[in-house]
Write a protein that binds this ligand. Structure first.
Ligand code: SAM
Ligand code: DTB
Ligand code: SF4
Length: 327
């Protein structure tokens, strides 16, 4: 494939020590025999992490549905009839109570998601209360609220926010087919604002949007060439939602999903690579291969934002079978 030569990754904040990943180098990883790729990924993983520990994050949708954006995969856009029940911003006390349960169940990070293009300044008071309350429980805090305006990341940081999740989702070229209401440049801008405010960055993408391998190479290249690299990289397998434009997209073979995890691990050796949405539809053996490929974080608890996730008891049993320990 010579097409990769056309992709050029930009360096956003020059930092000469960091490896610049070319599209060719990333493609060469994808092209490795499966066993060679997994072996290399596991080696890189062991050089940087305890290979038998997996970090657990619990998600809660603190504002659900009615979103102005048109992301073609999402149950929460008001443009698609997905049958989702809308819910206004939750009270901080209810969010904190849910976080306490997540902590009892063994989660170390609590991630609050809102179906917003971005937060309005008037929403920030309640949001800051929930962040401070969750942090006070001794949990790491993470939020995913969409695009941030100047000054908002600093306010979230001051309230006690540890991580900001904002995914690039796919390659820059493919992004235009998936979303029209905001741009890739907008996504990169928010990631820059989060970093500048001193927040840890969580950014990843989705496999199964109808993208090509070249798009997956583009996504990994964009993430791996962020400087610094994201602290956490969620790799989601598309959960197809009735009523969205991407329902019925061609499913990606499981080997390609595991390869994407392995390539993320090799190119971002110190980042937590999170095996994210889509686990409920994945056989245990495939999840085990994702851990072997270097995934070391999962969403834990029976719900993601609006869709299902494996039951806690099932995940506990899987961890026992694989002798994995939570981090
Ligand atoms: N509104 C905010 C935003 O778009 O950044 C935050 C919430 S949004 C639901 C967070 C991320 O969830 C998306 O960027 C996407 O990666 C993931 N996601 C949403 N719906 C999904 C689906 N059906 N399958 C897999 N991942 C999904
Ligand atoms: C991420 O990358 N995946 C999570 C989290 N970040 C916010 C969200 C997955 C959502 C899956 C579809 C749903 O439950 O609505
Ligand atoms: Fe809105 Fe986020 Fe869903 Fe896009 S992904 S429609 S911004 S909730």
């Amino acid at each position: 494939m010579t097409q990769t030569q056309t992709i050029e990754f930009k360096r956003h904040t020059p930092h000469p020590e960091q490896t610049l990943w070319s599209a060719e180098a990333i493609q060469a990883l994808f092209d490795l025999p499966f066993n060679d790729l997994l072996f290399q990924a596991q080696q890189v993983h062991r050089e940087n992490f305890d290979a038998n520990r997996v970090q657990l994050s619990t998600l809660l949708s603190v504002k659900t549905g009615g979103c102005s954006e048109d992301c073609g995969y999402c149950s929460q856009s008001k443009r698609y009839d997905t049958g989702l029940e809308e819910q206004k911003l939750m009270d901080a006390d209810d969010v904190i109570a849910a976080a306490a349960i997540a902590k009892e169940n063994g989660s170390s990070r609590f991630c609050m998601g809102a179906a917003w293009r971005g937060p309005k300044n008037r929403d920030l008071e309640e949001v800051k209360k929930m962040i401070a309350g969750v942090k006070a429980l001794g949990l790491e805090t993470c939020a995913t609220f969409g695009m941030l305006k100047d000054g908002q990341a600093e306010q979230l940081k001051d309230a006690g926010l540890d991580y900001y999740n904002h995914n690039l989702d796919t390659s820059e070229e493919k992004y235009r087919d998936i979303v029209s209401t905001h741009s890739y440049a907008d996504r990169l801008d928010t990631l820059g604002k989060a970093r500048k405010a001193g927040l840890n960055v969580c950014s990843g993408g989705i496999v199964g949007l109808g993208e090509t391998r070249l798009d997956r190479i583009g996504l990994i290249g964009q993430l791996a060439n962020l400087d610094p690299q994201p602290d956490s990289v969620p790799i989601n397998n598309l959960v197809q939602i009735d009523g969205t434009p991407l329902d019925g997209s061609e499913k990606v073979d499981w080997t390609e999903f595991v390869r994407t995890i392995a390539v993320a691990r090799i190119t971002m050796p110190k980042s937590f690579v999170r095996l994210s949405a889509g686990r409920q539809q994945m056989p245990e053996a495939m999840q085990a291969l994702c851990f072997l490929a270097g995934a070391n974080s999962i969403f834990y608890g029976d719900k993601l934002l609006t869709t299902g996730n494996p039951e806690v008891e099932g995940d506990k049993a899987l961890f026992r079978k694989l002798n994995l320990q939570p981090l």
